[in-house]
Design a protein around this ligand. Structure first.
Ligand SMILES: [Zn+2]
Length: 449
């Protein structure tokens, strides 16, 4: 078998791998967008280095844009088959791709695809269940819960007609940071010959701090100063986790019951509606909560849909929390809130996710004393805090643990990580597991496995 690495090879984003069987049949695993610095994002506009008309099918591991964000390009380039995914991934991907097509028009950037092309892509979606084997030609495929995002999957692909020793290949997708407050734990896969594994946090262990306690501290402080607490958060996953934590803090009397919390953005609301459709995909604790009461709603929560309302909350003097996207502040409604609130020392900003290079979030996290927003200089007087305890990615220990549970692995291929993270993880694997070969592919490289 052969694998071609069409993305996430030396970068964290742009996941896309083409697997070709000995009999010459090909499938694609993910077709994600490159995201991050301007230089990385330029890769989206290069010619896709694969003949998509030769693909028998596409497998989508989950709905994050760095895994699904270039799917319409496959259709544009002659792909005629189905795109296989779980039911929540279906809904969340449709939401993300449509949102991306809309933003592209607003931002005046070169457009990767339009709404019509998104609808064409969605028409190819085919839903599969975890553990239910299905076939694409001679490939037999099984999805396992990856515990990373609602509906996320790791994928086992077996070449049933292989005439070499290599028959089973696992693609990890993004692996979750289990146990998760909402999701089922990530699942282990019994055996495989080759594993293609993500390495986002290949060089790190997550801090063991409690996100609920950290959030409570932030909220207590904002109540003391009477200011506004900004929480930049992605509409998928992080927003739901933050709302769930606030709900519990209020219910337990740890923060004022009526404190206003603005959830600013229609995308987050749409994502919540999708989350509430998929009871079975949550862990048992959360299912039991879900069967009794709404898990993301509480007194004081105000969902802001229209842009005019978003402007109005900036002028109100009340003590409040504003949750808005994007999570790295490189766009979305949070940017204007940052301009309005960061210049005042009674306000705070709590960064609850990864802040990529060259983003406003990273500048603030790195302690900039001033930032430029919409050509206006903002002197940062607000208090800045940060936590990595809400990460939805496995850390080094969890990656090694997941890998060590797969029997018979002769080769590991590390993707979805920067070179430094991949190298550190490769060393750790060589040190702790008896696997013959750890390989770090380059972009557009094809190898025989
Ligand atoms: Zn992801």
């Amino acid at each position: 078998m052969k694998i071609k690495f069409l993305g996430a090879a030396g970068t964290v984003t742009g996941s896309s791998y083409a697997l070709t069987s000995d009999s010459g049949q090909s499938i694609l695993i993910d077709l994600g967008m490159f995201q991050g610095t301007e230089e990385i994002e330029k890769l989206n506009y290069l010619r896709y280095d694969y003949d998509c008309s030769k693909l028998s099918g596409i497998i989508l591991t989950h709905a994050h844009l760095d895994h699904c964000g270039r799917l319409p390009i496959a259709i544009k380039n002659g792909f005629r088959g189905k795109i296989w995914l779980t039911a929540p991934t279906y809904d969340l991907t449709a939401l993300s791709l449509l949102d991306t097509a809309k933003i592209a028009i607003k931002d005046d950037r070169p457009i990767l695809f339009n709404e019509k092309q998104v609808f064409k892509t969605i028409s190819r979606f085919a839903i599969v269940k975890y553990h239910q084997k299905f076939k694409i030609g001679n490939f037999e495929i099984t999805f396992f819960d990856a515990g990373h995002l609602l509906g996320s999957a790791s994928v086992l692909v077996e070449d049933t007609k292989s005439n070499s020793k290599i028959k089973k290949v696992v693609f990890s997708g993004d692996l979750g940071n289990s146990p998760d407050s909402l999701l089922m734990p990530l699942e282990f896969i019994k055996d495989a010959d080759v594993v293609v594994m993500e390495s986002t946090y290949g060089d790190k262990l997550h801090p063991k701090s409690d996100p609920s306690e950290e959030l409570e501290r932030e909220i207590i402080e904002i109540v003391k100063t009477g200011g506004t607490l900004l929480i930049p958060a992605f509409a998928l996953d992080r927003t739901q986790k933050v709302l769930h934590l606030i709900k519990h803090l209020k219910a337990e009397g740890k923060i004022p019951y009526e404190l206003p919390v603005y959830l600013d953005g229609p995308m987050a609301q749409k994502a919540i509606d999708i989350y509430l459709k998929y009871f079975d995909f949550f862990n048992y604790n959360f299912q039991s909560e879900l069967s009794k009461e709404p898990p993301f709603y509480f007194p004081g929560l105000k969902v802001v849909m229209r842009y005019e309302e978003s402007i109005a909350i900036r002028t109100s003097q009340e003590t409040k929390i504003i949750i808005a996207g994007s999570g790295m502040m490189n766009g979305g409604r949070i940017v204007a809130h940052a301009a309005a609130f960061l210049g005042d020392s009674k306000n705070r900003i709590f960064l609850v996710g990864y802040q990529g290079e060259e983003t406003l979030g990273r500048e603030i996290l790195d302690g900039a004393s001033q930032v430029i927003i919409d050509e206006e200089t903002i002197f940062i007087k607000a208090h800045v805090s940060h936590t990595e305890s809400m990460s939805s990615h496995a850390d080094q220990g969890q990656l090694i643990d997941w890998l060590s549970n797969i029997k018979g692995v002769s080769k590991v291929i590390l993707t979805h990580g920067e070179d430094e993270q991949r190298r550190v993880l490769a060393d750790k694997i060589a040190e702790t597991l008896s696997i013959n070969e750890v390989f770090l592919p380059n972009l557009n490289q094809e190898i025989e496995i």
